[in-house]
Design a protein around this ligand. Structure first.
Ligand code: FAD
Length: 433
């Protein structure tokens, strides 16, 4: 009967260490060095960050998303889920633990599809935490539907030449290289006609037109680049995977990434619930504490119920990934986690904000940022609606149409069938009455 909700005591000890370390060492970094996680380290910041990274390495917790062949622990997704639900408390923690998105997903696909030379040049510095990377797929006119992408790459001798626009290439401004998705054969279906390229950011012809910011950030000071690729030339061996393999690569990349976001969202939602409870127990209103008011009790109960369901589902999905070792098999449940995630965070953060009154809406508390990031989560890595379509399609695969006039569960028909099945008993019973 292997259906276990307990953590190995040995791993729990590690989690307890991580919990203390994130609270004491990483959360203060978010306040001292806000929005600087993806900037190269200055000597001053390096003097703080490097010793923390060293401590994480000593604990055997560096880049735990990687298999042992790449210097990670090969923990698998379930352990990673338990770890990430702590790391998600702080934005800096994933840098300190060597597991920051989008570099994790980018490293994953180079490890999977890259040649030995590509791994040495692009993967190793990423794994060492010494550079950043950017994933350049979305275009200004098309995002959710990649079959509409126009950015082109054509072969010229032993070089590929890339032309087109990309939008929302996160961290491009500080990245050392970009992974660019481009149409290489417009004559075939988009699923066979697009390829991925490894492109150093200092290649001539790359122009960041704007660094688009999210709400609240200064105009043009954000992290999401609008990029013009104008006759950008890379050697033929900068092709990642085979020609026409971009879709397959993109699927590999997003499978892991989506579930990691869900894991970290548990941490943020838990943080909002913790703050809601503390405030409810502390704030006096007419006739007693907020915690004694049924509306507020409802907020707390609903939040706990949403969070515990989400957490168990994310852990279950992580367990499925480890069990099947095949993202395709778990695609539906990864999509469910992706779809549920923004709502859970939004609802809990919104209630926590409400319980804090005016203070909750200010830039002195984190709630509005959480609500905003819930909105962002409904888009990054694909809009909720598109994932719902995936879920529905996969669910429908288990069903078939009925060709009769009535549904198979039509009660009069079922009653007739049941009566026919037990006709001999029913006749006797009638006879005995
Ligand atoms: C914070 C953040 C970081 C990002 N980072 C990156 C990155 O690093 N690299 C990168 O390439 N991209 C990145 N993206 C882009 C992201 O992948 C796209 O925003 C996403 O795929 C949606 O594309 P779009 O914004 O063009 O929306 P559109 O494709 O224009 O869709 C708009 C809306 O239309 C609706 N819709 C679309 N399709 C359907 C459908 N089939 N059925 C029903 N409704 C539909 C949905 O409501 C959707 O939200 C990032 C986005 C955000 C917000």
């Amino acid at each position: 009967m292997a259906w276990d909700f307990e953590t190995d005591p040995e791993f729990q000890e590690k989690l307890d260490w991580v919990d203390r370390f994130v609270r004491e060492e990483c959360e203060p970094l978010d306040l001292a060095f806000p929005h600087l996680q993806f900037h190269p380290l200055t000597p001053e910041r390096r003097s703080v960050i490097d010793p923390l990274k060293e401590e994480v390495k000593r604990q055997g917790l560096w880049a735990t998303h990687l298999g042992p062949e790449l210097g990670g622990q090969g923990y698998g997704q379930l352990k990673l889920a338990l770890l990430n639900e702590i790391l998600g408390r702080s934005l800096w923690s994933s840098i300190v633990f060597g597991c920051q998105a989008p570099d994790t997903g980018n490293a994953e696909i180079i490890a999977h599809y890259g040649t030995a030379e590509q791994k040495e040049k692009y993967l190793q510095p990423l794994l060492d935490g010494e550079c950043f990377s950017s994933y350049s797929m979305t275009e200004p006119h098309a995002g959710a539907d990649p079959t509409l992408f126009k950015c082109r790459a054509h072969k010229d001798g032993d070089e590929w030449v890339i032309n087109g626009w990309k939008y929302f290439s996160s961290n491009a401004k500080t990245a050392s290289f970009l992974i660019v998705m481009a149409v290489t054969d417009p004559e075939v279906s988009a699923y066979q006609g697009m390829s991925m390229f490894l492109v150093p950011t200092d290649t001539p012809g790359i122009k960041i037109e704007r660094n688009v910011g999210l709400w609240g950030e200064e105009l043009n000071q954000g992290s999401h680049a609008l990029i013009h690729y104008d006759e950008v030339r890379v050697p033929a061996d900068n092709l990642l995977g085979g020609e026409g393999q971009a879709f397959a690569i993109a699927q590999t990349r997003l499978g892991g990434g989506r579930i990691h976001h869900a894991m970290r969202t548990i941490a943020v939602s838990q943080k909002a619930l913790d703050m809601m409870c503390e405030r409810a127990l502390s704030r006096e209103v007419s006739g007693g504490k907020l915690a004694e008011k049924q509306f507020v009790q409802g907020y707390i109960a609903d939040s706990y119920a949403q969070l515990i369901q989400f957490r168990l589902f994310v852990l279950y999905t992580a367990w499925e990934i480890d069990k099947y070792n095949d993202y395709k098999k778990v695609r539906k449940d990864i999509a469910v986690a992706k779809v549920v995630m923004p709502t859970v965070l939004h609802d809990i953060a919104w209630r926590a904000m409400q319980v804090h009154g005016a203070l909750g809406t200010t830039n002195e508390m984190p709630f509005f940022g959480m609500v905003h990031s819930a909105g962002v989560m409904g888009l990054a890595d694909g809009p909720t609606e598109v994932h719902k379509v995936t879920i529905a399609r996969q669910v429908l695969r288990n069903y078939e149409a009925t060709d009769g006039m009535w549904p198979t569960q039509w009660i009069p028909g079922k009653v007739e069938a049941a009566k026919a099945k037990f006709a001999h008993v029913l006749e006797l019973e009638v006879g005995n009455l």
